[in-house]
Design a protein around this ligand. Structure first.
Ligand code: GCW
Length: 704
């Protein structure tokens, strides 16, 4: 057969075999730019975008404008058909806009994207493309957009050896052995994904820091990454080991008030800025889980942070100092320790320091009340840190859409200094008038083709970015946006997937840690139940947190117990301290109660615990049924992959349920309610299972 005929045959057979919807490995994330199926819409969009004007303060070409042009060109070709060619011009604008602000004005076939900087024109371009992908009208637009929080960043817990602490999506994206010479094209796609959401910062390496990253050799690699990210408006920040002046500089100590230590950090900062002129600054985990810090020299966290802040200040850098500290030697409730440590330091940090606080006082549990530091340090910039990677919510083998969890904290009222002072307004600086504002998400990215370990987990990356831009967006709106862009505008896709996403966080809470139970996961890998864990650091064991015995279960954090409720404004604290007003979700977080405690439902605590576990797994079973609606509606590849994910999730939910209820039953000595399905295996079977029995886990460097 001649070659051309052979080729034709190949093409024809490929077309015949092509599935109804385009197959996908998920690599393109929410930037698929598939051809719009609706002919009329395509015609309308083509007419509305006859001319696109990118208006910038200089009106000049730049790598960022080139990135915007590339993105628009690729997207329009995809969305409107391969032959579509857009007419794109660059103009100068004198509109007084903030450096990340843009306007989008359209009509009569022209769309004008005006930015206060080139990067905001890029943001405006992505905004326009989002509207097209969502099949929204784009004629007659007149909008003005600016982010609420100034530094919106991903924190990667990636290690130098390519593993990722709490990572469930393969290996690190950063190929240190190839850098700086070889640049994986994926770095640019990573930058595109961040910019599409308006994320503008990245900390590529683990907070459990490795001194190597501050060596000249590695700083060159970091600089190479920064060069790829810069056109996309992304600054690089670095973690640093507090003891670096000793380990790298061979100094006798790392005391923040020591002149030689001060000089060492100043020199290091100068060296970094010479290579990375827009370096963002340092992110520091100090005196926490074995990491060195200023307290080793009887200095405070403020002394420690200020040392680094002074070193980067001449270059415009900042220091992000984590408040995730707790000490097994301190007798007080672990939930109270960060507050005890940091509140006395309010007002003692330099202007370019921000204290980064996890959403809750323990550690990214499936459900926690908001961290008591929010609202309690008015003279200090406070950042919110959430975890996108699902360390405690199923790794990448379970679906859990996290926006509802983050909204819980963003919308929580701290009542400080007055009602209505939500965490979102603490961190966006409006309550206490801080200009330096930060939000950080611990990334769920890795080398897997789909970036995040399964086809649905990128929804969390997307949701984090959207909430970082505007914390007032709703979880449902974001879920719908993501679904439409990632899967399909078909109403069946939206009406099936959005409700599943929206229910998923509650389902995971129900089958793992319901009613305020927390930190009862397996030791080390944290994937799966371990309510029996009673060895190791006391404040990292399960028994420390559930305090189960024959009388009852739960942690008394009211005035009769640790009085953690006293760290909150009285409006919040007393609501939780009073059983009459404490919501069921936080019950065992704040109260220790007898098994026969009568719940609002009229049922006993024991019955409610069991039914919550059962309800969790039943919800997952419901999704498995409704997922069937999407057979043939979305591509087979992602349909099947997600079907398998949900099977796995049901299996893991069952393990959680069987383990926890049977374990608690050994104390309550009560039978399981009649509606409760019998456990698959006895408790002993699960206790003997080799860990980890769920997700693949990279080795962790943390102690817990
Ligand atoms: O949640 C815990 C994790 C550790 C992590 C630590 C932290 C990077 O188990 O793996 O270490 O939090 O946030 O510092």
């Amino acid at each position: 057969m001649p070659r051309s005929a052979c080729l034709r045959l190949l093409i024809v057979s490929f077309l015949l075999c092509a599935p109804r919807a385009l197959a996908s490995e998920g690599y393109q994330l929410w930037m698929r730019y598939d051809k719009i199926a609706d002919d009329k819409l395509r015609v309308d969009y083509t007419a509305a975008t006859t001319s696109i004007v990118l208006a910038t303060p200089t009106g000049a070409e730049s790598p960022t404008i080139a990135a915007a042009r590339d993105e628009l060109t690729t997207a329009f070709r995809g969305l409107l058909g391969i032959d579509a060619n857009i007419h794109l011009t660059i103009a100068q604008s004198e509109k007084p806009l903030g450096s990340e602000e843009f306007t989008l004005v359209s009509g009569k076939g022209t769309v004008i994207i005006t930015g206060g900087s080139d990067v905001s024109v890029l943001y405006g371009s992505f905004d326009l493309l989002r509207r097209l992908q969502l099949a929204q009208p784009i004629d007659g637009l007149a909008l003005r957009e600016a982010p609420k929080i100034s530094r919106r960043m991903l924190n990667h817990w990636d290690n130098l050896n390519g593993t990722i602490e709490r990572g469930y999506a393969g290996r690190s994206l950063w190929k240190w052995d190839e850098l700086p010479e070889k640049l994986d094209p994926r770095y640019r796609d990573y930058a595109r994904a961040l910019a599409s959401l308006g994320l503008n910062g990245t900390v590529p390496v683990n907070v459990n820091a490795n001194i190597q990253f501050l060596t000249p050799e590695y700083l060159k690699k970091i600089a190479a990454l920064a060069n790829v990210f810069r056109p996309y408006g992304i600054r690089v920040y670095l973690t640093a080991r507090y003891s670096s002046p000793m380990e790298l500089g061979k100094l006798p100590n790392a005391d923040p008030l020591d002149a030689a230590v001060i000089k060492w950090w100043h020199d290091k900062a100068d060296e970094i800025y010479a290579l990375v002129p827009d370096f963002g600054g340092f992110l520091i985990k100090a005196n926490s889980e074995g990491q060195p810090g200023p307290q080793s020299y009887q200095r405070t966290h403020a002394d420690g942070a200020n040392l680094l802040a002074d070193a980067v200040a001449p270059h415009g850098g900042i220091v992000i100092w984590r408040a995730f500290v707790y000490d097994a030697k301190v007798a007080d409730d672990r939930a109270k320790q960060a507050y005890n440590e940091f509140v006395p330091l309010d007002g003692k940090f330099r202007e370019n320091v921000v204290v980064q606080v996890k959403n809750g006082p323990i550690d990214f549990m499936p459900r926690e009340p908001f961290h008591p530091l929010f609202g309690a340090m008015p003279k200090t910039s406070l950042a919110l840190e959430v975890q996108i990677t699902q360390e405690y919510l199923g790794g990448s083998t379970e679906l859990c859409y996290l926006a509802p969890m983050w909204k819980d904290v963003l919308d929580a009222d701290t009542f400080r200094p007055r009602p209505g002072s939500t965490v979102a307004h603490v961190i966006d600086g409006t309550i206490d008038h801080h200009a330096l504002t930060v939000i950080a998400g611990v990334a769920n990215t890795g080398s897997d083709r789909n970036w995040s370990g399964n086809q649905l987990a990128p929804a969390n990356w997307y949701a984090f970015g959207r909430l970082a831009w505007d914390p007032a967006l709703t979880s449902a709106q974001i879920a719908e946006e993501w679904t439409r862009q990632t899967f399909s505008n078909d109403s069946r896709a939206v009406s099936t997937l959005v409700p599943i996403l929206m229910a998923s966080r509650e389902a995971v809470v129900n089958y793992s840690m319901p009613l305020g139970l927390h930190h009862i996961m397996a030791r080390g890998h944290h994937q799966g139940p371990g309510p029996w864990v009673n060895v190791g650091r006391a404040d990292q064991t399960s028994v420390y947190f559930h305090k189960v015995d024959e009388q009852g279960v739960g942690f008394d954090r009211t005035a009769t117990g640790s009085n953690a409720t006293g760290q909150y404004a009285s409006e919040a604290g007393s609501q939780w301290a009073d059983l009459a007003t404490c919501p069921d979700e936080y019950l065992l977080w704040f109260h220790r109660l007898p098994w026969d405690y009568k719940m609002r439902s009229g049922k006993t605590l024991w019955t409610e615990i069991a039914l919550h576990y059962q309800h969790g797994i039943d919800t997952v079973r419901g999704w498995k049924k409704s997922w069937e609606n999407l057979r043939g509606v979305i591509d087979d590849e992602r349909f099947t992959a997600t079907q398998k994910l949900l099977d796995r999730q049901e299996h893991e939910a069952r393990i959680w349920r069987d383990v926890c209820t049977q374990y608690f039953a050994t104390f309550s000595k009560l039978p399981l309610p009649s509606e409760y399905e019998s456990p698959e295996h006895p408790l002993d079977y699960y206790r003997k299972l080799p860990a980890p029995f769920t997700a693949t886990n990279a080795p962790v460097t943390a102690t817990n």
